[in-house]
Write a protein that binds this ligand. Structure first.
Ligand SMILES: C[S@@+](CC[C@H](N)C(=O)[O-])C[C@H]1O[C@@H](n2cnc3c(N)ncnc32)[C@H](O)[C@@H]1O
Length: 329
């Protein structure tokens, strides 16, 4: 079985997704301080930039989590009780499934009875993922869902009432402010049933230089990834950002664990988006994204405070990354 539901490579003009994109961009840029939402980084170009980020030697996160998904997949399969009964394996923000594909392959070879439902806001990556996985793992049952995390989880619940195992990897949870992450986990739990499992990836607090280097590469790939959002706004929302007039700036605060990216306006300028004008002072910043780091204790605290039962924490050999396994009581 292979099915996909409503995949949109670029939101059509006047569609709900397009109108939401416009509204959220304008409201973020008219706010003080200015901000944009990093979920919009991922279009056809943004997906390629992110795949290149994952290949950078500085971006240790991928290799650490890859080690867990290659060397500890048996442990993961056991923890998700893969053989007890049929289940849906739902991956939130699946991207190209670089890491989860190893678990999928293992589960299919072990004849576990499950359907893989990757959810992603990028229609481009869902469509690439479906083609690649169908070629790589022909016996995999896959239903791609293109849209936002929790809306698509509702859709998955409508498609099937089987037990749910949720994957939320790559430290995607770190792209939420801490309070937002708490709220998200609470809402997620409400959409699940007793016995359902969540495997959630956290980047662990470590040497601040190691963290900052991962987001501040000398090759400029992360800068291009951030700047691509301005380019995307030009392409899809009839805007006239001059990309050359913005510069990427990255910070890491070892006390709070927040690694934040900004784009700095290099001159005083006015940008037009549709019929809206946005004024920038020289050196004014647009806040783009947080990549929040957590300690092992903070991870357990989040599970308990959001109503999950923390079962296990699986780390890589450097203990730089944790995939935590939580259960709904
Ligand atoms: C940092 S990448 C990580 C991809 C994958 N989880 C991994 O570990 O390799 C984040 C992915 O989540 C998707 N994403 C971000 N915000 C989303 C949202 N609100 N709803 C659905 N997908 C989202 C992006 O399109 C992107 O593919």
């Amino acid at each position: 079985m292979e099915k996909s539901i409503d995949i949109r490579m670029v939101p059509e003009k006047n569609s709900e997704a397009h109108n939401k994109f416009y509204t959220e961009i304008i409201s973020g840029l008219k706010d003080n301080p200015k901000h944009l939402l990093s979920k919009y980084f991922y279009d056809e170009k943004g997906d390629v930039f992110f795949q290149n980020i994952m290949k950078m030697p500085e971006y240790y996160l991928t290799n650490c989590e890859l080690e867990i998904f290659t060397e500890k997949k048996e442990e993961l399969a056991k923890a998700i009780k893969a053989y007890d009964e049929p289940f849906d394996l739902i991956e939130l923000g699946a991207g190209d499934a670089t890491k989860s594909s190893f678990l999928l392959d293992y589960l299919v070879k072990q004849k576990a009875d499950f359907t893989y439902m990757p959810i992603d806001i990028s229609g481009n990556i869902i469509s690439i993922l479906q083609n690649n996985l169908t070629n790589k793992i022909p016996d995999l049952q896959i239903i791609g869902l293109n849209g936002e995390y929790l809306e698509m989880l509702d859709k998955a619940n409508k498609i099937s009432s089987k037990r749910k195992v949720i994957l939320f990897l790559g430290s995607n949870i770190g792209n939420m402010e801490q309070e937002e992450a708490y709220q998200f986990c609470k809402e997620l739990k409400q959409k699940l049933n007793s016995g359902d499992i969540l495997i959630i990836g956290f980047d662990v607090k470590k040497n601040p230089h190691t963290i900052l280097n991962a987001y501040n590469d000398k090759t400029g790939i992360t800068a291009a990834f951030n700047l691509n959002l301005l380019d995307r706004i030009n392409r899809e929302l009839d805007a006239d950002f001059d990309i050359e007039k913005f510069q990427h700036y990255q910070t890491y605060d070892p006390m709070s664990g927040a690694c934040r990216s900004y784009l700095i306006s290099l001159s005083e300028q006015t940008v037009t988006i549709g019929n809206q004008e946005i004024y920038f002072k020289e050196n004014e910043a647009i806040y783009m994204e947080v990549s929040q780091k957590y300690s092992s204790e903070e991870i357990d605290k989040m599970a308990v405070r959001t109503g999950f039962l923390p079962l296990e924490k699986i780390s890589d050999s450097k203990k730089w990354f944790i995939d935590a396994i939580w259960q709904v009581d």
